[in-house]
Design a protein around this ligand. Structure first.
Ligand code: ADP
Length: 584
């Protein structure tokens, strides 16, 4: 019911029937509006357009009959809800009614309708339509509610999907951040480790620098003492030599004191030069063939009197027979190391014994120097090899020394291919061990021992001394004179060449390498050009790297380091003058 009025549609091909129906309807429902249609198709179109509350439908119509129209109405969603009242002819049979119901009809009215029945039917159909409309409205509302809810849910789902996506992205970012944080932490801890090790290294470096500083200060203080003490002896006793009432015994004693102090001073200077060479990394090895047993015997002979003077026994152990003991190595450095160790053993031992020597183990020579002296605390077994290091510190030192000997020894042993170690028990004694490769040399050098030939073997020969220092020449002149050698002297290179050219009788040349005009090497070359084969022995006070090589390269037959030791000089004179024979 729209606008409170009944809207009705009647479809009947007979206009009279329609007029009758209109009259009945307006009697019963004066406000009702009745639409009419003479054909079924037109009626359906009106029903679609007007949505009437019910349709009166005649059965018998030309063309499409009422039942077919009814079926069409009921199968069309737009109008199927409109109740259809079939108008049947009076007395229509039972079958027609059944067909009408099956076609979808909702009610029947006879033609012409009974006004009371018509009213009742219209009311009933109006209620049906109203109920249907209400249900349809509810359905529509429900559908729209469902649609709204569905849209809302879909929106919600979309939101959720978006949120989940965001969450996943956020999770991914979190994981990436976590991984990055972990990496950062790892980097940080690595960095920390490095920093820690740098810091530790810095602390160690600082400690080393402080220790080195302390040792250097101690060294300078010691050095002053160590140099001044022999200087004091030399200056003091030289003064006594001038005393007029000096007897021969006193003079000899003073001379020995002066000589001992000179040796001590020379030893200090040599140590300083050696440590400087080690620091500069210019330690040079001069490998020569030499007889090891001869060297060991020589050391024994040197140290035996000193040990005996302190009441100590000294013993020497040698593993090799003389035939096998010729080896190739740096003899002078090996001697220097053994000298250091034996000097220390003597210095730090007051009673008991000192043993030294070597064993041959697995093609290596294992040297040892053992004493029964004061010993060294195990905490210092490594430190003793540090330069300037000494157990004793401060001014009240009992033993003296510079703290350089073991440091030099370790560097030399290392250069020669070995390792030096200290084993010691405080109060019981110390043992220093070092090893060197055993390089057996086949050709044993037959060097005559210094002084093994008497002066008579070389007497009468002529020596040219090239030396620009007056005292040095004087020293050499006295020795040569003592051995009855004729001495010629040149102050410089030019003079040397001149004298040498004019004197065919010159048997040997002692050549200072540092001359005021021409370098000694050059002078040597020129002399050898004048007369090949004349022995030239270089003398130099440089004591630096490769001096021997420089001398040999210039053509010198040998090399003497200043200060020249008398026995060494005489040994070389014997060696080259006797071997050479008288010049022709
Ligand atoms: P120096 O003997 O001139 O002091 P070294 O380098 O030879 O220098 O020795 C360093 C220090 O090692 C010595 O001052 C001493 O304290 C200790 N030392 C070395 N040899 C011995 C030893 N045989 N017995 C006890 N202490 C020793």
């Amino acid at each position: 019911m729209k606008d409170g009025k009944l809207h009705l549609l009647a479809i009947d091909d007979n206009p009279d029937n329609l007029v009758t129906l209109r009259a009945l309807i307006s009697d019963a429902f004066p406000s009702a509006i009745l639409e009419t249609s003479l054909t079924g198709i037109q009626g359906i179109q009106k029903a679609i357009a007007g949505d009437p509350d019910m349709i009166f439908l005649d059965v018998l119509m030309p063309g499409i009959d009422g039942l077919d129209i009814c079926r069409m109405i009921k199968s069309d969603d737009r109008i199927s809800h409109i109740p259809v009242i079939i108008l049947t002819a009076l007395g229509s049979n039972r079958q027609t009614r059944i067909d009408a119901l099956e076609a979808g009809a909702d009610a029947f009215l006879p033609k012409p309708p009974d006004p009371v029945e018509l009213t009742a039917q219209v009311r009933a159909m109006a209620r049906l339509k109203a109920a249907g409309d209400m249900q349809r409205d509810e359905n529509d509302q429900l559908v729209s509610l469902v649609r709204t809810r569905t849209i809302a849910i879909e929106k919600e789902l979309e939101e959720r999907r978006k949120t989940e996506l965001e969450l996943q992205k956020a999770n991914l970012r979190l994981k990436e951040t976590q991984a990055a944080t972990l990496n950062l932490l790892e980097d940080l801890s690595y960095e920390m480790e490095i920093r820690k090790s740098y810091a530790a290294e810095l602390v160690r470096a600082k400690e080393r620098a402080e220790e080195s500083d302390r040792l250097k200060s101690a060294f300078l203080a010691n050095m002053s003492h160590e140099i001044r003490t022999p200087m004091n002896g030399i200056i003091g006793f030289s003064g006594f030599l001038a005393e007029p009432d000096l007897n021969a015994a006193e003079r000899d004693r003073f001379l020995k004191i002066i000589n001992d102090n000179c040796q001590q001073l020379l030893h200090i200077v040599s140590d300083i030069i050696d440590i400087s060479k080690i620091e500069a990394g210019v330690v040079d090895l001069e490998s020569v063939d030499f007889c090891l047993n001869e060297l060991m015997d020589n050391l024994y002979q040197n140290y035996h009197p000193r040990a005996a003077a302190k009441g100590l026994s000294l013993s020497l152990y040698k593993d090799l027979e003389c035939d096998d003991c010729s080896i190739a190595n740096d003899q002078s450095k090996l001697r220097q190391v053994l000298d250091n160790l034996l000097t220390n053993a003597l210095k730090f031992t007051d009673r008991g014994e000192i043993k030294f020597g070597y064993h041959l183990v697995n093609s290596r020579l294992q040297f040892f120097v053992a004493d029964t002296g004061i010993g060294i605390d195990p905490a210092n077994h490594e430190a003793v090899f540090n330069r300037f290091w000494q157990v004793e510190t401060g001014l009240a030192r009992q033993y003296g020394g510079t703290g350089l000997g073991l440091s030099i020894s370790r560097a030399f042993i290392r250069e020669m291919g070995g390792v030096i170690r200290c084993d010691s028990v405080p109060g019981k004694g110390s043992q220093f061990n070092f090893d060197l490769p055993y390089v057996h040399s086949v050709h044993k050098q037959n060097t005559p021992a210094p002084g093994s030939c008497g002066p008579e073997g070389i007497g009468g020969k002529t020596i040219l001394v090239v030396e620009d220092e007056e005292y040095n020449f004087e020293f050499l002149r006295i020795i040569l004179l003592k051995y009855h050698l004729k001495t010629l002297h040149a102050w410089n290179g030019e003079e040397a060449i001149k004298i040498f050219s004019g004197n065919r009788e010159i048997d040997l040349v002692l050549m200072d390498f540092k001359l005021p005009d021409i370098p000694g090497q050059e002078v040597t070359r020129r002399l050898l050009e004048l007369r090949r084969g004349v022995p030239v022995i270089a003398t130099t006070a440089y004591a630096m790297t490769g001096d021997r090589e420089k001398a040999v390269n210039a053509g010198c037959i040998d090399y003497l380091q200043k200060p020249i030791r008398v026995e060494e000089l005489v040994g070389l004179l014997n060696k080259y003058l006797v071997r050479k024979g008288l010049p022709g």
